[in-house]
Write a protein that binds this ligand. Sequence first.
Ligand SMILES: Nc1ncnc2c1ncn2[C@@H]1O[C@H](COP(=O)(O)OP(=O)(O)OP(=O)(O)O)[C@@H](O)[C@H]1O
Length: 569
Amino acid sequence: MEKEQPRLLCSRLFLKNRLVEVALNRSVLAWKETEKSRRRRSGFSSLSDTAHSQAAQVYEIVAVHEAEDNDTKRKDKRVTGLYPHAFTVAYVKRTAQHQWRCSDVTFRCASQTLCEQWIQVINEQLSLLTNRPKSLLVYINPYGGKRRGKHIYEQKVAPLFRRACISADVIVTERANHARDHLKTEANLDKYDGVVCVGGDGMFSEVLHGLVTRTQADRGVDQSDPDAELVPCDLRIGIIPAGSTDCICFATVGTIDPVTSALHVIVGDSQPMDVCSAHHNDTFLKYSVSLLGYGFYGDVLTDSERKRWLGPARYDLSGAKIFLNHNHYEGTVSFLPAEHNIGNPRDKLLCRSGCHVCLHKHSSKEKQRGMLEEKEASDKGDSGGWSVIHGKFVAINAASMSCACPRSPQGLSPSAHLADGTTDLILVRECSRLDFFKHLLRHTNKDDQFDHPFVEVHRVTKFRFQPRHQQLVSLEDLSETQKKADFSPVCSCQTTCSSDGRAHSSWSCDGEILHHAAIQVSVQCRLIRLFARGIEEQQQQQQQQQQPSCVFEDPCAPRAPQSITHCAD
Ligand SMILES: Nc1ncnc2c1ncn2[C@@H]1O[C@H](COP(=O)(O)OP(=O)(O)OP(=O)(O)O)[C@@H](O)[C@H]1O
C-alpha cells in the first residue's frame, strides 16, 4: 500500500486505559499500543507489533463524533481526569462469512482542541469520498419474507443511516408494483443519490424495472425495441434483504444480512451489473439479472405459484413433482457467442470483488471492439456469428450470475460474471431421469455440473428460443402476468412432450413467470450499479482489516507524546 503517503495527524491518546499511538493518513486510521504501555501491562513484549496494531480504512469509516457520555462512563476516573475529552470513530469491522458490523473505538484526549482537530481532520477526509450517498429513496415491502421489512429497516438500518448523516425518504409499499410505478413516473429522482429496497428478489425486481424504465423514458430510448442499446441508470440500488429469497443480495455481497447491506450503502460501494432484456417480437417482457429458465425451472415456478399458501415449502414440493414429471420441450435455440471474452463458463474463475474478467470487458477498447463485432454480426443476419441448435430440452437456463444461494453454494453457473456483458446459456437436452438427477445433484456440490454428454454451456451476449409448435397465449394470461397468478397456457398445437400434455413450458424470469415461450434476450452490459462490491475473497477481507504498518512506518513521523502533525498536501 502507499507507504509514501504523508501522515495527516498523529497523537498519543488513551484507549480503554491504555496509551496508544494514533495516526491517520489519507487511506488509513491506525492505532497501536505504545511500547511503554505494553511493557507496563504485560511485563515483557512477546507479541508481534501487528498484534498490537489495529486499523480502519478511511473509506470504511462510517462516522466520527464527539464521544457521548455512555461511550466513556465506565472509564477509569484518573484517565478521564487527565484526558477529559473524547471522540468516537465508527468503522466497518468484518466478522465471519462476509458479514460486516459497525464497530466503535473511542479515543480520549487531554485537550478539547486536540479532540476537535481529530474530528475535523477525519471529517475532512470523509468529505472527499464523493461516492458516498447523502440522500436515499427507500421502499419497504411490509409483506416480503417473514413480514419483518419495516422492523428490520427501523431497528437495524435507519440508525446507521442517521449516524452516517444520510437522509432517507421512506415509502412503505401498499400494493404489488407500488415501488415500480412510483419510480417510473412520480419519483423526483434528482433529489437522490440512490434507491434502496427492503424486501426480497421480487422487490428488487420492482425497483430494477422502475429505474431502468424511467431512465430509458427520460433519455428517449424505446425499451420495446429489442435492438435498442439501453442507457445505464445513474442511481445505484441498495438491497436490504428482508424476503424469503434474497439471491441477488447473496450473490453481490456474499451474505444475507441487513446491517452488512446498510454498511455497503453507507460507504458508497458500487458494483456494476449486467441486465438481460427479454422480448417477444417487438414486445418488451421483462428484465432479468439472475436466471431465465425454461423447462424444468419454468415448470417448477409455475407449479409453485399455485401453491403459494404452502410458503417456502412450495418450492420443494413443486421441485419434486416436476422432477418426477420429467418433461422435455422441443424447439430451436440460437445464440451469439461472446467472443474475446477472457473467461469461459468452465474455467472455474469465480466472479469476486474487483473481478478481472469483468474489468477486462469494461476496458473501453474491449467494449468498442465487442460493439463493433455485434453490429457486424447483426448486419449479416442470423448466420453472422449466430449458432443454432435444434433439439428437445429438459431445461434451458440463462444464468447472468452464479445464482449461488445458501442451498446451492456454487450456483447454476459457478463461473458466471456479474458485469462482463454475457450470460451463461445452459442447455440440458433430453436425458433419463437418473441422468438429470445427477446433473441437479451437482448444483449442491463442487463437481462440474456441465460434465455430462447431455449438457452444454455457452457464454453468450444474445439468444433466442423458438418452440417447435406455435403458442397462443390468451389475453387473460397476459394480463395476469403482472399479478403472478396461475398459468394455464393455451397451445394451438398440443403434443405430448410433457407428461401433462403441454407443448410449451414457460420462462421463469428472476422468479416471475413469462407467458411467452418464444423470446429473444439481449445482455445489456453494466446497465445498473448496486451498493455492493462483489464477494470479497478471504485474503481481500484480511487486507482491508490489517494495514496499520503503512501509517506507522513513516520515518519522518513525529514521536513525541501529544505531538500533532497536520501535514499539508
Ligand atoms: N405492499 C405490498 N403488498 C403486496 N405485495 C407487495 C407489496 N409490496 C411489494 N409487493 C410484492 O411482493 C412480492 C414479493 O416481495 P419480496 O420479493 O419482497 O418478498 P419475498 O418473500 O422474497 O417474495 P416471494 O414470496 O416471491 O419469495 C414482490 O413481487 C412485490 O412486487
